[in-house]
Design a protein around this ligand. Structure first.
Ligand SMILES: Cc1cc2nc3c(=O)[nH]c(=O)nc-3n(C[C@H](O)[C@H](O)[C@H](O)COP(=O)(O)OP(=O)(O)OC[C@H]3O[C@@H](n4cnc5c(N)ncnc54)[C@H](O)[C@@H]3O)c2cc1C
Length: 511
């Protein structure tokens, strides 16, 4: 029987906090590499970084924001304050060991005994040895645990740096090259000094690149100011706010009715047929949103209209909120765009496949992060290889359990519209699993379920590798609720059930 008493959680970002709160009756130990909670909100934020969703969508079920009806998007410092209050309120700081980086984990159990259901080994015996390096010492302490919860995050810590042909990398460039993770470490004054009156190239066109270009333009006002050039390979749809032709955005993707138009795993044949029949309506919704965005934002003027439908960006959790004033900086010539799929360095800047050159003093790579590399840094073989699935996705049952890795859970590796809510509900599920309130199915059944989910993601978007469940998030939560013995339908009546949006408040704990 499960009921593990020695549990370690790795990481104290949003996911680690959600996990420790739900598991606090076990007195888990949280190892956090940095000196604070908050994860990316502390380490990957610019001075202008804000949440992209309304605060009521990025909220723990039992801990409302103090000003939850404020329609503005909270700044990263407000998010950090909210997380700090949450940690204090539920007294979880006592579990966290700061400046404690997990450098290695070793499996010390036997894979033969799994009498607790699924891939779980019986409680009472430590099966993972965790090696922890503390900030101020080179010595490594080793601890034994019965269960590990990995919450090290998909972003931050390990930047992706593009590969370049010989003699065409950053080493030939006479200016300064940095990744957005380095830029995040600068305070307001240092960031402005880096960009002010400099020719800056920002590589990328996702949220971090867009926000950075805007900060760059703001530092380059006045006659001496230089334009910031965004190097854009793939454009993505951005939205200025959450109203489309006067209608609230949640109507399109966050209600049971709207998600009915999209495929979900385990759907009946009838539902599959209906989805097929209703696919013109689904595409119509996407076109309707695109028509608004093309009217509202000068995407055509700047050659920024994406080649793919809006719904593919939504289905891959890539839809970014366009910061206010971005296009007015473009109108002033402070932000310019260069479309290029291949580029490399020369001593004075960047060169492109069309043989044009761009002079630059500073090049900032907003090229993302390698969350898998972060995991591989401490996970041993043979488990490390299990992270590599042919689909490129991590096969996680309920977004949490790798069917072939025993006594280990992952929180924060699937994405949705609110990653806080996604992490919290899966932590509630995990806590009940650990408390033996239900059992996992067999590894084969879990793999079958993860394959079905991957298939849905693949059919929804070419960017499926981001492991996003946004178009079937309600179905995903339904299955989690059913497994926990909760009601899957959580609204007061069928009208609300069909047409009102699902959010964290709908999943308050059923004791
Ligand atoms: C700039 C930016 C903006 C975003 N905006 C939104 C948004 O608006 N809405 C939304 O839903 N999501 C957003 N996200 C996604 C965001 O990643 C999640 O919302 C959430 O904060 C992730 O939390 P996490 O705990 O899973 O990971 P992280 O925040 O990355 O936390 C991981 C923690 O683990 C620690 N750690 C890592 N490795 C080790 C180790 N070996 N040993 C010990 N500790 C370790 C790290 O120090 C860190 O504290 C954004 C992401 C970024 C980068």
């Amino acid at each position: 029987m499960a009921n593990y008493s020695k549990i370690a959680i790795i990481g104290a970002g949003v996911s680690g906090l959600a996990a420790v709160k739900q598991l606090r009756h076990h007195n888990p130990v949280v190892f956090e590499a940095s000196d604070s909670i908050g994860g990316i909100w502390k380490s990957c934020s610019y001075n202008s970084t804000k949440l992209q969703s309304h605060r009521s969508d990025y909220e723990f079920t039992d801990f409302p924001w103090p000003n939850r009806d404020d329609p503005g998007f909270p700044s990263y410092t407000e998010i950090l304050d909210y997380l700090e209050s949450y940690a204090k309120h539920f007294d979880v700081f006592k579990c966290v060991r700061f400046n404690s980086k997990v450098v290695e984990v070793r499996f010390t159990g036997s894979l033969e005994t799994t009498d607790s259901g699924g891939n779980l080994l019986p409680a009472g015996h430590p099966v993972w040895e965790v090696a922890v390096q503390t900030h101020n010492s080179n010595s490594i302490q080793r601890y034994g645990f019965e269960f590990l919860v990995v919450c090290t995050g998909k972003y931050g810590d390990v930047p992706i740096i593009p590969a370049f042909p010989n003699n065409k990398g950053p080493e030939v460039f006479e200016g300064q090259v940095l990744h957005s993770i380095d830029y995040c470490k600068l305070d307001k004054e240092a960031a402005s000094q880096l960009l002010k009156d400099k020719k800056v190239a920002v590589v990328g066109f996702k949220k971090s690149a867009i926000d950075l270009a805007k900060e760059c333009a703001e530092s380059n006002q006045g006659p001496e100011g230089q334009p910031c050039t965004m190097i854009v390979r793939t454009t993505h749809w951005t939205v200025p706010h959450y109203r489309i032709w006067g209608l609230p955005f949640f109507m399109f993707y966050s209600t049971r009715f709207s998600q009915f138009l999209h495929g979900s795993p385990n759907q009946s044949l009838l539902r599959t047929l209906l989805c097929l029949l209703l696919s013109p309506l689904r595409r119509g919704v996407s076109k309707f949103i695109e028509s608004y965005l093309l009217w509202k934002l000068p995407l055509l003027k700047y050659g920024l209209k994406p080649d793919h439908p809006f719904e593919e960006d939504y289905a891959s959790c890539q839809m970014a909120i366009m910061p206010e004033g971005f296009f007015s900086e473009a109108e002033k010539g402070k932000i310019v765009f260069k479309r290029a799929s291949k580029w490399w360095f020369w001593k004075g800047g960047l060169e492109f496949e069309d043989n044009t050159k761009l002079e630059a003093d500073v090049v900032i790579l907003c090229t993302g992060y390698d969350g898998k590399k972060k995991l591989k840094a401490f996970l041993p073989e043979p488990f490390q290889s299990l992270l590599e699935h042919p689909s490129g996705l991590l096969p996680l049952y309920r977004g949490t359990i790798h069917p072939l890795i025993p006594n280990m859970a992952f929180v924060g590796y699937i994405e949705s519209v609110s990653n806080l809510h996604t992490a919290e509900l899966r932590s509630i599920w995990l806590s009940r699993l650990i408390d033996d309130k239900f059992k996992l199915p067999s590894a084969e059944k879990m793999l079958e379920q993860t394959s079905k989910e991957m298939e849905v993601m693949k059919q929804s978007t070419r960017f499926y590798k981001r492991h996003c469940i946004s178009t079937f998030s309600i179905n995903h939560s339904d299955e989690i609720c059913e497994e926990m013995g909760w009601n899957a339908w959580r609204k007061r009546n069928w009208l609300l059930e069909a047409f009102s949006p699902y959010g964290s408040k709908d999943y308050e704990d059923e004791k």
